[in-house]
Design a binder for this molecule. Structure first.
Ligand code: ZN
Length: 191
């Protein structure tokens, strides 16, 4: 089975990730990762390789971890969003999203939302019908649960189509427009 992980660059909670990712580990499964060098991607790769008793590089070489780094040169600031679409299109048994709250000062979105790259990837996975499960840093409010959820959404399944397909696609487009129009570096936009 393909186990897709996505998450924020600021994710640091190894215990929470171990609880969520551990049950999906098997020598027969493949960890699919965007291979961001910081945060959730890197932590998931380290954990997975550790369970294999391999180095991350070795696990990648032997196909236990499949990486999809964003091509910033080819796709510019929207590279992360482009990559998410391609990665999701390859399919997965489950998408595990490890979401921190967006702290970008220049971000005009309402407070307490998930970092944009993670929201984009998990949103695309949900839209594609992949079983998508969220963990949060306890601050981020999940997409589709901004009103009256009453907790941090830890461990719950987000609604399969929280905003409806059209709105989700609109949201993704808006994200890409934002990515092109703001002045963040590509690495920041990935959040
Ligand atoms: Zn934001």
């Amino acid at each position: 089975m393909r186990i897709l992980v996505t998450g924020s660059r600021g994710w640091t909670d190894g215990e929470k990730m171990t609880r969520a990712l551990g049950p999906w580990f098997s020598f027969d499964n493949i960890l699919v990762s965007g291979h961001c060098p910081k945060g959730a991607d890197a932590m998931a790769e380290r954990l997975w390789a550790g369970w294999l008793d391999m180095t991350v590089a070795g696990a990648i070489r032997k196909g236990y971890i499949e990486i999809h780094p964003a091509d910033w040169k080819l796709h510019g600031k929207a590279a992360g969003f482009t990559r998410n679409g391609e990665m999701v299109a390859l399919g997965a048994r489950v998408c595990l999203a490890f979401a921190c709250m967006c702290w970008k000062e220049e971000c005009a979105d309402e407070p307490a939302h998930v970092t944009h790259g993670t929201a984009d990837c998990a949103g695309k996975a949900e839209t594609a019908g992949i079983d998508t499960r969220w963990e949060t840093d306890g601050l981020a409010v999940l997409p589709g649960l901004r009103q009256g959820a009453g907790d941090d959404g830890e461990g719950q399944h987000a609604p399969a189509q929280p905003a409806g397909r059209d709105e989700q696609e609109h949201g993704a487009l808006r994200g890409e427009r934002q990515a092109r129009s703001d002045h963040a570096t590509p690495e920041e936009v990935r959040e």
